[in-house]
Ligand binder design. Sequence first.
Ligand code: 7PJ
Length: 277
Amino acid sequence: MTEVLRCGRSELPLERPLVMGVVNVTPDSFYDGGRHAVAAAAIAHARQLAGEGADLLDVGGESSRPGAAPVTVEEELARILPVLEGIAELGVPVSIDTTKPEVMRTVLARGAAMINDITALAAPGALELLVASDAAVCLMHMQGSPRTMQADPTYADVTAEVRDFLGARAATCIKAGIAHDRIVVDPGFGFGKTVEHNLTLLARLREIAALGFPVLAGWSRKSSLGRITGRPADDRLAASVAAAMLAVQRGAKIVRVHDVAATRDALAVLAAMEGRA
Ligand code: 7PJ
């Protein structure tokens, strides 16, 4: 198992679980004060998450929620770049959540420490861009595409299929020249999975971790937690923290969360119990 994650200029030790804070730069119907206001709000939010102890910040300019509309390269970069520039001074490694090689090329040239790709570098040219960089990559499993993935997710054995996919993509990355300690794998909770699939993957997360790469788990506020608790997205904090804890107890090394402070507190209790205080 990798002991550190190498991501750009940073090396993140993996002896304690890392918290990745989510920074969305996607104007929505509730908050659309124009491009500048959206960037300013995202920068302020990133600063808050860094203050709460985020180990990584994941900046995304394209919503990958089920049914979300696609955005152009130009639009995505216009959203992301002011934020990437505005948060550099925080000193927290920045991950960019994108599937587009053109976006990857630009953000890698501007210091992005990680590419978080929900398609696991499926786009032509994406793999080569990562090979030529020193950034880390998060390879995520998804069945189908964001537009259609929740229509009828079907697996014979969801854990084996997700594990085999991630193992094959990681092997392709290594063969192409990306070092083992730059690779993160992610089962992609909610991406072409029913609540039952997500819970099976959580219960059996050790089998994904057994691939030998750090596992990233993203449960924060997801609709499966709404189905389980009956609560709307902005009232899923307790459920999200519980899921992050369960993932870490089953081998996750990075949790992708909206609520950094609460997650860090929960992880502090786990660390104290395990004598890692
Ligand atoms: C994930 C993600 C996830 C990774 C999103 C949401 C949907 N990237 N991007 N893993 N989820 N690696 O946050 O609800 O689970 S967007």
